[in-house]
Design a protein around this ligand. Structure first.
Ligand SMILES: Cc1ncc(COP(=O)(O)O)c(C=O)c1O
Length: 318
């Protein structure tokens, strides 16, 4: 993630021991100064690595070529899948979204289900993991995609945010809300490897004393977080931003939640919303498959309501 910086690698005996139960002690831990939250935190480097066509490799194997277009141009796609009880959660939905991303990028995506399952088999059943599936356009000129899977532990700091909540700043996305729907080359809805802007947005937010960012269109609508979907409650309605009208990434976790809104006595819906309207909401969250539902406590310094009655964590199993 954006937090990976100049870390000093050192072995993690507890995680290694857990992984040893599944056969492959490969984790190293690096110390980092970044945060999604406040305190400096420990981020773990890759624990499991499985490469299409090569199988499991020691997690620190350098295998990407310097001229891989995924590296040189961010030309590729990815998915991040929550691993719980040793299994990938909502794998079908993530593979379907990856296939949609591949189609939009004219990438010839192989079936990555087996690779995902192989990686998850190496993961301890009692630890939350983040499975990353990556497909790049491959080495320049070779016309063969590069595909691999990694799993890293979900940090305790991130887990704590599900109850602690976050402070968020609204940052300009620079385009009107509908811009990407009218310009397919802007790759709206595609989970591409070009996340430098997403990471820069989060760094900017954190450098200015916030935990995370909420992108706002030039015509004033809240869109999504750089790595999360916006969900809010307005009366009896549980709402999110329409992906089709805005070109935001269609979140698999938001979909899961809205499909089950009735279990919370709520009606699901999609609506455009402004930051000012969010302040009036009964509750607002930034959610993703890895972070789960994280309550927004403050938006640009203004306290939001805390909706403890709406048990999104329970519904999502976090
Ligand atoms: C830009 C963006 N929006 C939303 C999400 C949430 O998606 P999901 O719920 O499928 O994890 C992510 C997650 O990675 C993201 O990067």
């Amino acid at each position: 993630m954006h937090l990976l910086r100049r870390g000093v690698a050192e072995p993690s005996h507890s995680v290694q021991n857990k992984l040893a139960l599944r056969g492959k002690p490969q984790t190293t831990i690096a110390k980092h100064v970044g945060k999604l939250g406040h305190a400096p935190m420990i981020m773990r480097s890759v624990s499991v690595l499985a490469v299409l066509g090569r199988g499991l490799l020691p997690a620190d194997t350098p295998f990407i070529r310097a001229d891989d277009l995924g590296l040189t141009r961010g030309d590729g796609i990815f998915e991040t899948v929550h691993v719980r009880h040793g299994k990938p959660w909502k794998l079908d939905e993530h593979l379907a979204r990856m296939a949609r991303s591949a189609a939009r990028m004219n990438l010839d995506l192989p079936d990555l289900r087996g690779l995902a399952e192989l990686a998850c088999e190496q993961w301890p059943v009692d630890q939350e993991g983040a499975l990353k599936l990556v497909c790049t356009r491959g080495v320049d000129g070779a016309e063969e995609v590069t595909c691999y899977a990694t799993i890293t532990p979900v940090s305790e700091k991130l887990i704590a945010l599900r109850t602690a909540g976050i402070s968020v700043t609204a940052l300009s996305y620079g385009y009107p809300a509908a811009a990407r729907t009218e310009a397919p080359w802007l790759l709206g809805g595609v989970k591409s490897l070009s996340y430098a802007i997403n990471m820069a947005s989060q760094r900017w937010a954190q450098a200015n004393g916030f935990d995370d960012a909420l992108w706002v269109s030039s015509d004033g609508y809240a869109l999504e977080g750089p790595t999360s979907t916006l969900v809010w409650r307005k009366g009896e309605r549980l709402l999110t931003v329409p992906a089709k009208l805005t070109g935001i990434l269609a979140g698999t976790t938001a979909r899961y939640l809205l499909d089950r809104a009735a279990e919370l006595g709520l009606v699901a819906g999609e609506e455009m919303v402004t930051p000012a309207e969010l302040v009036e909401a009964e509750g607002a969250w930034l959610i993703s498959g890895i972070r789960g539902p994280v309550p927004i406590r403050k938006l640009d310094g203004v306290e939001l309501r805390t909706d403890s009655a709406t048990n999104l964590r329970g519904l999502l199993g976090f």
